[in-house]
Design a protein around this ligand. Structure first.
Ligand code: NAP
Length: 271
């Protein structure tokens, strides 16, 4: 359990779901982790549970002034950042700001569209901007951007989410090549999860028996016939964060139970 020893890590959206699983796994592998989120209560609780190698700081990824202050704080306390996981993201369906869509291409609401881009894409671009500044002194740094399977295919009812995640995929490659050109020891890769059971799904799945039926319906559309767990993504992030992936930059890693491997129109063997 030493794959991340001596590494200082910042994770966004780390209070729950995939970000929380990454924080737990990284600490188990010896990292020092700054958990950040807009949910102070859950973020603080988790950091306390994780012990002295964890601390919580408030960070709204869409707000550049938040990035400036966290960047100053990390520089003062740790001097350098080794790993940044840009994980925070929203679907845009259940916001508390009255910006819930519609998100289909014909009827999209521009303010809702912009809100999704601000969190999902601007948030990642700002993370990379400030992350690069903090990582230049590291001897082997890694930026892991959490995109989505929706960043690789169209999603008619969630076009703003899909466009934002496609932007994350492409920006990760620009960051990877920019850092290589500059001679910085900073790699950058994207992860593309699909159908991972986290709180993000709660409002879409409903409760009680309805929830179980909805989970079964989602699982039925996944080739492996099961929804993924946050740890499935955390292990991919661990590989990309550790020095084991020192020759890996600009790649996209799908963690989706096989969703992206095929096509719904493919002929079946018995056809
Ligand atoms: P989640 O359970 O909703 O957790 C995301 C966390 O990010 C929440 O604590 C959320 O706080 C926080 N957050 C929201 N807006 C933020 C902001 N502006 N700044 C900082 N934190 C913010 O989501 P998840 O399923 O773990 O998803 C994590 C990442 O994986 C996201 O980028 C998501 O798009 C991506 N992803 C997930 C799946 C999946 O199936 N779960 C599939 C593909 C991609 P609040 O709850 O208070 O909003």
């Amino acid at each position: 359990m030493t794959r991340l020893v001596n590494k200082t890590v910042l994770i966004t959206g780390a209070a729950q779901g995939i970000g929380a699983a990454i924080a737990k796994l990284f600490i188990a592998e010896g990292a020092r982790v700054v958990l950040t989120d807009i949910n102070r209560t859950l973020g603080q609780q988790l950091a306390e549970q994780l012990g002295e190698m964890a601390e919580f700081r408030y960070l709204d990824v869409s707000d550049e002034s938040n990035w400036q202050s966290i960047s100053t704080g990390i520089e003062e306390k740790y001097g350098v950042l080794d790993v940044l996981v840009n994980n925070a993201g929203i679907t845009g369906f259940f916001t508390d700001k009255g910006l819930d869509g519609p998100h289909d291409p014909e009827h999209l609401n521009l303010d809702s569209w912009r809100y999704v881009q601000q969190v999902n894409l601007d948030g990642v671009a700002l993370g990379c901007k400030y992350g690069i500044g903090l990582m230049k002194k590291s001897s082997g740094a890694s930026i892991v951007n959490i995109s989505s399977r929706s960043g690789l295919v169209g999603i008619p009812g969630a076009s703003s989410y899909a466009a934002s995640k496609a932007g994350v995929r492409n920006h990760s490659k620009s960051v990877a090549l920019y850092c290589a050109e500059q001679g910085y020891a900073i790699r950058c890769n994207s992860i593309h999860p699909g159908a991972i059971l986290t709180p993000m799904w709660d409002a879409m799945l409903g409760q009680g028996e309805q929830r179980e039926a909805a989970i079964a319906a989602v699982a039925n559309d996944v080739p492996l016939k099961v929804m993924g767990e946050p740890d499935d993504v955390a292990y991919a992030a661990l590989y990309l964060a550790s020095n084991e992936s020192k020759y890996v930059t600009g790649i996209e890693l799908n963690i989706d139970g096989g969703i992206l491997a095929g096509s719904s129109a493919a002929p079946k063997t018995d056809d």
